[in-house]
Design a protein around this ligand. Structure first.
Ligand SMILES: [Zn+2]
Ligand SMILES: [Zn+2]
Length: 113
């Protein structure tokens, strides 16, 4: 007897983060409207089409390269680095903030109430 019930293979795509960037990190990349005349690249290095004025683009803060949001999202899911300069860093490291700001905020808040 050949009984093959529930023979679904383990094909969990979500678990596969090998080589790619965490989707939440990709989503955290800043988006802005492309301005013509802005210095830097004028076309998307992934699909090779030129950016249009006011087109929404996604920027890698660390190297400053910009791409179509969909292009760079697809790319970073498979590759851990910028398609242009191969920089594995996406974000500029932020200096650790002291609790000073939070405290000042809290004090101001207390004064208000
Ligand atoms: Zn593109
Ligand atoms: Zn780059």
């Amino acid at each position: 007897m050949d009984i093959s019930i529930g023979s679904d293979h383990h094909s969990t795509v979500e678990e596969n983060v090998d080589g790619g960037v965490d989707p939440s990190l990709i989503r955290a990349l800043p988006e802005f409207e492309f301005e013509l005349g802005e210095k830097g690249s004028v076309n998307c290095a992934i699909c090779l089409s030129e950016f249009e004025c006011k087109e929404v683009v996604k920027k890698i803060p660390f190297c400053g390269h910009v791409f179509h949001p969909k292009c760079i999202e697809m790319w970073l899911l498979d590759h851990p680095s910028c398609p242009l300069c191969r920089s594995a860093k996406l974000f500029i490291p932020q200096p650790v903030h002291h609790t000073f700001n939070g405290l000042a905020l809290l004090k101001g808040w207390l004064r208000l109430s």
